[in-house]
Design a protein. Sequence first.
Length: 278
Amino acid sequence: MSYSQPGPYGQPQPPQSPPQGNPYGQQPGYGYPPQQPYGQAQPYPQPGMPYPPPMPPQRGGKGKAIGIGVAALVLVGAIAGGGYVLLKNRDTVGDDGKRYQLTTPETVVGDYKKGAAEGKEGFDTEELADVRRMGVANPQSVGAGYKSGAGVSTKGLKFNGVWGEVKNPEQVVDRMFISLANAAKKDDDASVTSKVEGSPQKVAPAGLDNAVMKCQYVTYTGSKTVTMPLCIWADHSTVGTVFVVDAARSGLGVKIPFDEAGGLVAKLRTDVRVEVKK
């Protein structure tokens, strides 16, 4: 059984045209309106190595795009797809009985600083409706881009998330990755292509209490090819999607290992979650 989501998720947005290619945020889905790259439209510190291009918007078909958005270094990738399988996995994620909301503090993971909002952050009303269908009740949205270092040492985290009531955290994570794979298959932009590699891998970094996290590589190919891990966590209150970027390694074509990416995302989760007092 699958959800049938009528119509494309709005009309596709025209791509932006910063130097070295498109910014990371053409979004007819979770955070998909055109966005400028992180801060000024800067390419990667590596000569000729731009920030990853956007996942192309959907242009028809049955699927409504649902995105996790991506804007250069401000990465919010697109999670989109026409219908996703209703997985029947049992809830095996612990619950401490507390409830949490998500925030976007100025600093996370030690020295990652929040950038100025560039266009849309988080999910809009239609996208939140898709999140509900994935299994999150009463979702509220947050999002921010963070970076650390400068020049060839620049690193980035693009965080988008929702908080509400999550009955089956792992099921929500799996549905999001299935939607991502569907989006890549429907990619019909000749100038920029996107694909997912392999299948999502479960990671269990230190500090990931009462939650599940999986990571998968996403590759964007335009004038350059960039591969980065997307990690998604879910617990019984929050769901977070994070793209992890390392400019130096991207310039060399070196992938960030999942255990390293997951460790960063677990620390970010600790920093952005705040307990809701009863």
